[in-house]
Design a binder for this molecule. Structure first.
Ligand SMILES: Nc1ncnc2c1ncn2[C@@H]1O[C@H](COP(=O)(O)OP(=O)(O)OP(=O)(O)O)[C@@H](O)[C@H]1O
Length: 295
């Protein structure tokens, strides 16, 4: 049996109660109780439209709930704007938007240091950040780019990165504020199958260095592989939670997925394109590793 959603566990870094959000008549999120355990990797899964992204947005201050309270390290967060949430140590990743794609990799990293603000502010922020090349933020950014093997891409436009590299940049950028809790938005989306292991390694390394990770993901292999705890949402509610093996064999979870989740079948052409991309990206990684060795 999977643990009941209300089951008490030990060291929670985040505790949320009665968080709800409706759109028109639709209860997108209606979560009675939710906890994230410190130092663990927690997966938030559920079929399309289950409310995962909305819940993420509520917890990080990007959307306002109709009801609810939640505390991070014992401090209430309702009503706190996203950049202040980030400064308190809780940060979420974002998929690269158009605006961010037009900035270089290092510019994206510097923006990460400011926490998270509305995109309209970005152009002025970018300019004001340029005072000193050698400041502490640049040093930290360069260290992170090295760790995520993006240093060779430092001056490239973020929009030119491959799917896997974008995901690495999203993670590296979030780490600029040295968060205790990092929330990853579909870290495997758009990543070539051949590179998934390397990405998984990076996510595990976040836990190994003492951070807490929450991620939303549709890739069940990833969920099974790296999660310490899995929380399942369906129709806005938490319907099950527990260790990955237990949860994934829970009939309520299987029902939730069979009811609403459809994996897309790829046609031959799409599959060939993905394979070709994967090969190109792998070759690039190998070339980078070889050039590192010869340095
Ligand atoms: N801004 C909005 N206005 C109206 N309805 C919304 C809005 N945002 C989300 N919804 C609705 O709320 C429900 C939950 O959506 P949400 O995106 O949170 O689900 P999800 O679990 O993240 O899905 P996916 O896995 O497809 O990303 C859906 O029915 C969605 O259509």
């Amino acid at each position: 049996m999977a643990a009941e959603p209300t089951a008490e566990r030990t060291d929670a870094i985040l505790v949320a109660d009665n968080v709800s959000r409706t759109f028109g008549g639709l209860a997108a999120v209606d979560v009675e109780h939710f906890e994230i355990q410190r130092g663990k990797i927690t997966a938030l899964i559920g079929p399309n439209g289950a409310g995962k992204t909305t819940f993420f947005n509520l917890l990080t201050g990007f959307d306002e709930p109709d009801t609810g309270t939640w505390a991070f390290n014992g401090q209430q967060l309702a009503g706190v704007p996203p950049h202040k949430v980030a400064r308190r140590g809780m940060v979420r990743t974002f998929q690269l938007t158009k605006v961010l794609s037009r900035l270089t990799v290092i510019e994206n990293m510097r923006l990460g240091a400011t926490g998270q603000r509305g995109e309209r502010l970005l152009p002025s922020l970018v300019k004001s950040l340029w005072s000193g090349e050698e400041d502490a933020n640049t040093k930290r950014a360069d260290e992170l780019l090295q760790r995520f093997k993006l240093d060779a891409k430092r001056e490239d436009f973020a929009g030119s990165l491959s799917g896997g590299q974008r995901k690495l940049l999203e993670m590296a950028r979030a780490l600029m504020v040295d968060p205790e809790l990092i929330m990853l938005d579909e870290p495997m989306a758009g990543v070539n199958p051949a590179l998934k292991q390397s990405l998984l390694g990076h996510v595990k390394s976040l836990r190994d260095e003492g951070r807490t990770v929450l991620f939303v993901e549709h890739d069940m292999d990833m969920v099974r592989d790296i999660s310490d705890w899995v929380v399942v949402m369906a129709a806005g509610k938490i319907v099950s939670e527990g260790p990955p093996d237990t949860v994934m064999s829970d009939p309520a979870v299987i029902d939730a997925y069979l009811g609403a989740h459809h994996d897309m079948d790829l046609d031959g052409e799409a599959e060939a394109t993905i394979l070709a991309d994967a090969e190109a990206e792998l070759e690039e990684q190998i070339a980078e590793q070889e050039s590192e060795k010869s340095e």
